[in-house]
Design a protein around this ligand. Structure first.
Ligand SMILES: *[C@@H]1O[C@H](CO)[C@@H](O)[C@H](O)[C@H]1NC(C)=O
Ligand SMILES: *[C@@H]1O[C@H](CO)[C@@H](O)[C@H](O)[C@H]1NC(C)=O
Ligand SMILES: *[C@@H]1O[C@H](CO)[C@@H](O)[C@H](O)[C@H]1NC(C)=O
Length: 189
């Protein structure tokens, strides 16, 4: 009889433990899911990586997790080096959007990423000091960039007047490239 009671007690206890564990795991899972990057923006980042030639972003971890492939701590010894994807996770429902990308001194040898147009919240793009070549993509006319630097690269062609279509732009740095022609009138002010 005593044995049976203790058996029941033990079973009840195990059951309670199991329930507690399940609850814990559920809340951990919920926490991990909160503040994730919208999946279309994650896809855009994969396209951008291919376009610029960025090999070391770790697509297995969320770009907004601050994991080191997405945010490499900057060092004062190497101010020309900056590898950072910045998210804003304060949107309704805890959804994150990419607001800035810094890829300075990353030895990137691809082209300017036309897929940034798929990041509608991107305000700041800094591709300073790489080996990027080609021209400025037409797609960029439809971005909402505020700060743009493509300085110190190997860009060619005319400076396109459609840069003037980025009406939100406050700062533009395109110096130290191999652009031809003159600065379009609509960019001079
Ligand atoms: C990542 O870093 C930024 C800036 O330091 C911070 O606001 C954000 O909460 C961090 N995100 C995570 C998931 O730790
Ligand atoms: C993040 O986005 C929210 C919602 O649009 C905005 O209110 C907030 O100012 C943004 N935070 C930063 C640091 O840009
Ligand atoms: C820039 O804006 C002008 C005027 O709205 C428009 O005609 C032109 O197609 C735009 N250029 C690009 C590349 O989107």
């Amino acid at each position: 009889m005593a044995a049976a009671v203790s058996d029941i007690l033990r079973m009840t206890f195990s059951l309670l433990l199991l329930m507690l564990l399940t609850l814990c795991m559920k809340s951990i899972k919920l926490e991990a899911q909160a503040g994730l990057l919208a999946s279309d923006e994650a896809e855009a980042l994969r396209e951008i990586a291919t376009q610029v030639g960025k090999m070391d972003w770790n697509n297995k971890v969320d770009p907004c997790s601050n994991e080191t492939s997405w945010v490499t701590p900057t060092s004062s010894q190497r101010p020309m080096f900056d590898n950072k994807v910045v998210c804003n996770c304060s949107f309704p429902g805890g959804v994150c959007h990419i607001v800035a990308i810094f890829l300075k001194g990353q030895d990137l040898a691809g082209s300017l990423p036309k897929s940034i147009v798929k990041l509608p919240y991107l305000k700041n793009l800094d591709l300073w000091a790489n080996y990027l070549s080609g021209t400025i993509p037409r797609e960029w006319a439809n971005t909402k960039l505020e700060i743009l630097s493509v300085a110190v690269n190997r860009l060619t062609g005319p400076i396109p007047s459609y840069l003037g279509n980025i009406t939100t732009l406050r700062y533009l740095n395109i110096q130290n490239n191999m652009f031809s022609g003159t600065v379009p009138l609509n960019l001079e002010t």
